[in-house]
Design a protein around this ligand. Structure first.
Ligand SMILES: [Zn+2]
Length: 66
């Protein structure tokens, strides 16, 4: 059952929390770890901006990023 609004407070603003993965290389000389690529590891959770109720990706029919 897809939600039309927050089940608890009726709000329609949400925060999508994603995992960001950074690929990094270690330099033998100075031992510094340097990021060369950033990619998303997918949606971790979605919370109502108003009341912090947790939702998952499956609660929404579609999620649009722009
Ligand atoms: Zn809410």
């Amino acid at each position: 059952m897809k939600i039309k609004k927050c089940r608890k407070c009726g709000g329609d603003n949400f925060i999508i929390q994603e995992t960001i993965l950074h690929e990094a290389a270690l330099c033998l000389e100075d031992k510094e770890l340097t990021v060369y690529k950033e990619r998303t590891g997918g949606i971790e959770k979605i919370i109502c901006k108003n009341c912090n109720t947790d939702y998952s990706e499956e609660d929404f029919s579609r999620i649009n990023f722009r």
